[in-house]
Design a binder for this molecule. Sequence first.
Ligand SMILES: [Zn+2]
Length: 263
Amino acid sequence: MDQNGLLRLGIFAAILAVMALWEAVAPYRPKEVVRRPMRWLTNFGLLLASAALARFTIGAAMIATAIWAQENGFGLNNLVGMPAVLGGIVTILVLDCAIYWQHRLAHMIPVLWRFHRVHHCDVEFDVTTAVRFHPFEIVASALYKSLFVLLIGADPWAVVIYESMLSGFALFNHGNVHLPQSLDRALRKLIVTPDMHRVHHSSVMDETNSNYGNILSVWDRLFVSYVDHTRTNDYDMQIGLEEFRDGKSQSLLGVLWLPFRQP
Ligand SMILES: [Zn+2]
């Protein structure tokens, strides 16, 4: 593994450990619908399957694209010659907005929803939900993000920082944790908090189709998809998808096959 990969893995493992510890000490929703070992096997199994598929297909597509753009003077940043900090901020803003739209389109376009529903059929909501994605969705997302890296002419280091933020925020905002309400209110003016993102995992479809943001909460406000809270309450709300609550929608092999079957 190269230096960038090791750095990203280290940051990911550190944030995962902090969130898992936080959940163990002060879990918000104590109820367990599916036993934890089964969910961990499924969710971490998907993470390993995605890592393996990415390694043998796209590899480090985003970094390779950024290096190619830099060497060939391609993309906004390389044409204009932005200062490094400004180029980094533009990269984070553009990629976070692009991911917002990728996520929103994954809910709107049926074939994309088939893959994205693997993430949503988790009947619990905790830090492991953050890694529960079908490997094909992970690969498609990396190719999609690479297009924006090319257009921005993003610096390779800005890509490493953005990717670390993307996974770090996903681990944070899927945490089965609860911030004091005043802190949550202050933070969610700018970033996505666990209480804000939990609404997105509600079984009520118009709540599922809301709060698509990952890092910044501004996109949901700007593009009118922000929902402040669930109709029931955060503590008792039902998580997951109504039509995929059976055992074969929860096992590792079941979720790998989920995009290709009817409910
Ligand atoms: Zn979603």
